[in-house]
Design a protein around this ligand. Structure first.
Ligand SMILES: [Zn+2]
Length: 485
């Protein structure tokens, strides 16, 4: 209720500006939504005021009659402004008195990204698990899934304000790392099924007979169980947290409290083994969250029972969540999540492609675009998941390519003073898993540790900038048109 009141007050204070615009502006500028004060150097209006000192964004019409329709979704190739992909508006920039008037509708573009706009407008586009495929997304199709364009917009806006004679302070952020683990298994499940599936794939030429032999050894318990490795995983993260600044590297383990679906967890959260592991996780300085089941992805009202079950087992308040299979389907499902007591989530990354699903690499408050209200959930967008890199149906990268790709994404987050959120399942880190992740994950930790140790984070953020364009006269930038008046 308070969230509705807060937004109603915002509308009253800012008159014609719709709630959607206020939300986009607050998050774009990295300001709290509740209590947001519209900056006196920014306008969002069709009527240009030449006496205004600052940046005037001309609305593109996105929030008009076509809002919510498939026709409102841009198609590649996109225009760009100062090298940043632009979803709505034009790349025209001109002087008007004390103002810089820009056609780039950064607020509509931001809103599109933050609310997963195309995912609910294209509600019929879903994969076998009910998820919107990352490879269907505009950021992937237009080639900017590896760029947090909303964070780039924030820097762009600040640069423009400076060119209009207004000094705007950069948000006070510093690069951090969030290591996360979805604990789907604490012992390998479906061992005989896995063996049968490996044989079938080998017969089709899609699996090596070496892998079949390994799965046979696992099935008959002649090999150490790769999922029986929580002590190793906890040790890796604990070393990483100890070597860096603890406030800039944190670790979260998501446990399942429901095993109804075949694809859900294979352990009893109240069992002695799970409780011992949870105790060790908490002792290491990490935190515990709910791994909402596959079933709860379809029926979000069931999350309450799962959260309570986990809370009873853990003995501490549970308010963090990530959905199993990353299967949080629609924005409005967030209401059930919030009603269950979850206020922190890290589900929103794509399973099939790594990158910046929401266009940001920092925590943001989530918004319900249908009811036009805040959800009361702080989202920590997931940037990269283990199987996204390695699965043949996803990115299908070899170990060195996967390492290079993660480093590239981490560098981007570093430049923006962002939060780099990674997910590695414990069972793929087992030495007998057969994948490259047991080697890759420590390499990535080393790299992230070197970034955390670097004192260059803030410097890099200040100096990383787009080439400033001249205010007067024509520009050589192909996508930019500047008029003086
Ligand atoms: Zn899972």
């Amino acid at each position: 209720m308070l969230r509705f009141v807060a937004l109603w007050l915002l509308v009253r204070v800012f008159g014609r500006l719709p709630v959607r615009v206020l939300y986009a502006a607050a998050v774009l500028l990295d300001q709290p939504v509740e209590g947001f004060v519209w900056p006196d150097w920014l306008r969002y209006d069709d009527d240009v005021d030449s006496d205004f000192k600052g940046v005037q964004i001309v609305p593109s019409g996105f929030f008009g009659s076509q809002y919510g329709t498939a026709d409102s979704i841009p198609s590649p190739p996109l225009a760009s402004v100062d090298g940043v992909p632009l979803l709505f508006g034009t790349s025209e920039i001109r002087r008007a008195g004390n103002s810089l008037v820009v056609g780039a509708d950064l607020l509509a573009s931001t809103y599109f990204m933050l609310t997963r706009y195309e995912e609910w407008v294209r509600g019929g586009v879903r994969d076998a698990h009910g998820r919107f495929p990352g490879k269907e997304s505009l950021p992937y199709r237009a080639g900017f899934i590896d760029r947090p364009i909303v964070d780039e917009y924030e820097e762009l806006l600040r640069t423009w304000a400076g060119q209009a004679g207004v000094s705007v302070t950069a948000p006070n952020r510093r690069f951090s790392v969030l290591l996360t683990h979805d604990v789907d298994q604490i012992r390998t499940r479906h061992r005989y099924y896995n063996l049968a599936r490996a044989v079938k794939k080998a017969l089709l030429g899609r699996e090596s007979w070496r892998q079949v032999a390994r799965k046979a050894l696992l099935a008959f318990k002649l090999f150490p169980d790769p999922a029986d490795n929580m002590d190793d995983v906890i040790g890796l993260d604990r070393t990483m947290m100890a070597s860096g600044n603890a406030t800039r590297c944190q670790s979260v383990y998501f446990f399942m409290a429901d095993d109804r679906a075949v694809s859900d967890g294979n352990y009893d959260i109240h069992g002695p083994r799970a409780r011992r592991i949870i105790h060790d996780v908490l002792q290491s300085g990490a935190t515990v969250g709910l791994h909402a089941s596959y079933h709860a992805g379809q029926f979000p009202e069931d999350i309450t029972d799962e959260r309570i079950r986990l809370e009873e087992a853990v003995g501490v308040r549970i308010y963090k969540n990530r959905h199993h299979f990353l299967a949080w389907r629609d924005p409005e499902d967030g209401h059930a999540l919030a009603a269950s007591g979850i206020t922190w989530d890290s589900t929103l990354g794509y399973a099939d492609v790594a990158g910046f699903r929401l266009g940001v690499c920092r925590p943001i408050p989530l918004f319900d675009p249908h009811r036009r209200c805040m959800l009361g959930i702080e989202e920590h967008p997931l940037i990269v998941m283990d199987c996204t890199l390695s699965s043949d149906g996803y990115m299908n990268l070899d170990e060195d390519s996967a390492f290079a790709h993660v480093c590239k994404l981490a560098d981007v987050a570093f430049q923006h003073g962002g939060e780099f959120v990674v997910l590695w399942h414990n069972h793929v880190l087992g030495k007998t898993d057969g994948s490259y992740h047991a080697r890759l994950y420590p390499r990535i930790l080393d790299y992230l540790g070197s970034l955390l140790q670097s004192d260059l984070g803030r410097v890099a953020r200040r100096t990383k900038q787009y080439t400033p364009h001249p205010i007067k006269g024509p520009t050589t930038h192909a996508s930019l048109t500047i008029h003086s008046s």
